[in-house]
Design a protein around this ligand. Structure first.
Ligand code: NAP
Length: 300
């Protein structure tokens, strides 16, 4: 029986592991994919307090190692369900069944699809959701980035260093992401903005050769030649499996406040998976700390 079982090894989950271990609790982290969560693909983190610059990979690896060195057990398994019994939580994965006194759900979010025809078919053949993973394949070529948040802006900045031209397509005329990054992009010779615009079709047969872009204001359609289409249109939660434990918002986020408590005693939520106004690295870490301390207080 583990004291604190954490679902998810992103920033929130691993921070919870650090705090849980330091509170003297036994901690098991279960993660379906690889450690680090979303931040692992960020080329340069510039807004984490006290760290001027760090790559997402280095940050996540340091946090993972910190949690392990403090005593957290980590296993790569897919959590399918959690049963809430009077005296314990029973956690079923694709490989094992675990028992825990408390559970912290730090499930993060999944990428949102753009929803344009042939997007799925051409994923890996020009369509990508990760500029840092795939950018090198497009060195010296023209690419399109879709989205207006920090991910799209940072992807565009990263790709502008590699590609001959980057066209950033955003559906509004104002960006959701940081103004500083927008200004830096505007100063780049090889970055073009197509605002108030949507990608309406992907061109090319077996590989992406370009996209059709429609201006929402004028209705005009243009063809943008591109070898790659990088989609960064936000994320969606994937929490349905756990709705027996915690209420879900209409968008599918766990309903919880800064206390990270759910309607189920001994079950906490942390990070981007819960309802909150700002989803940042710092707020994910903050949630991880709060959830682990709340779990530890619950254990008494
Ligand atoms: P996001 O902030 O939710 O932005 C998603 C963008 O995609 C928005 O601009 C949205 O347009 C657009 N969009 C959504 N659905 C679309 C559709 N169907 N078609 C076209 N465009 C669509 O997502 P994100 O950029 O992935 O960032 C997620 C969170 O992580 C944010 O809180 C962000 O600040 C944070 N983040 C932080 C950093 C950093 O601090 N270094 C880096 C990356 C991400 P609208 O604006 O019109 O809604």
């Amino acid at each position: 029986m583990v004291d604190i079982l954490i679902v998810g090894a992103g920033t929130a989950g691993l921070t919870a592991a650090v705090y849980g271990c330091r509170a003297g609790r036994s901690v098991l982290v279960l993660e379906e994919l690889s450690y680090g969560g979303q931040i692992i693909n960020t080329p340069d983190i510039e807004n984490y307090p006290g760290i001027a610059h760090v790559t997402g990979y280095d940050f996540a690896t340091a946090l993972f190692n910190q949690a392990k060195e403090l005593g957290a057990q980590v296993s790569f398994e897919n959590v399918l369900s959690v049963e809430n019994l009077p005296d314990k939580k029973v956690v079923h994965t694709n490989e094992n069944t675990y028992e825990a006194k408390t559970v912290i759900l730090a499930t993060g979010v999944q990428r949102r699809l753009l929803g344009v025809e042939r997007e799925k078919d051409l994923t890996g053949s020009g369509v990508s959701y990760c500029a840092t993973c795939d950018g090198m394949f497009y060195r010296g070529k023209e690419v399109v980035v879709v989205g207006g948040g920090n991910t799209a802006l940072e992807d565009a900045a990263f790709l502008a260093n590699l590609c001959s031209k980057v066209t950033l397509v955003h559906r509004r005329d104002a960006f959701r992401g940081d103004e500083t990054t927008v200004e830096n992009l505007k100063a780049r010779d090889n970055v073009q903005f197509l605002l108030n615009s949507n990608v309406t079709a992907i061109l090319g047969n077996d590989r992406v050769e370009g996209v059709e872009v429609a201006n929402k204001v004028t209705g005009e359609k243009t063809t943008v030649p591109a070898a790659g289409l990088f989609i960064a249109v936000g994320q969606v939660p994937d929490n349905k499996r756990f709705e027996n434990l915690a209420d879900l918002s209409p968008e599918g986020y766990f309903v919880a406040d800064e206390s990270c408590k759910t309607r189920t005693e001994g079950v906490f939520v942390a990070g981007d998976c819960r309802t909150k106004q700002y989803r940042q690295l710092a707020t994910a870490a903050s949630d991880g700390a709060a959830a682990a301390l709340a779990a530890s207080a619950y254990l008494g």
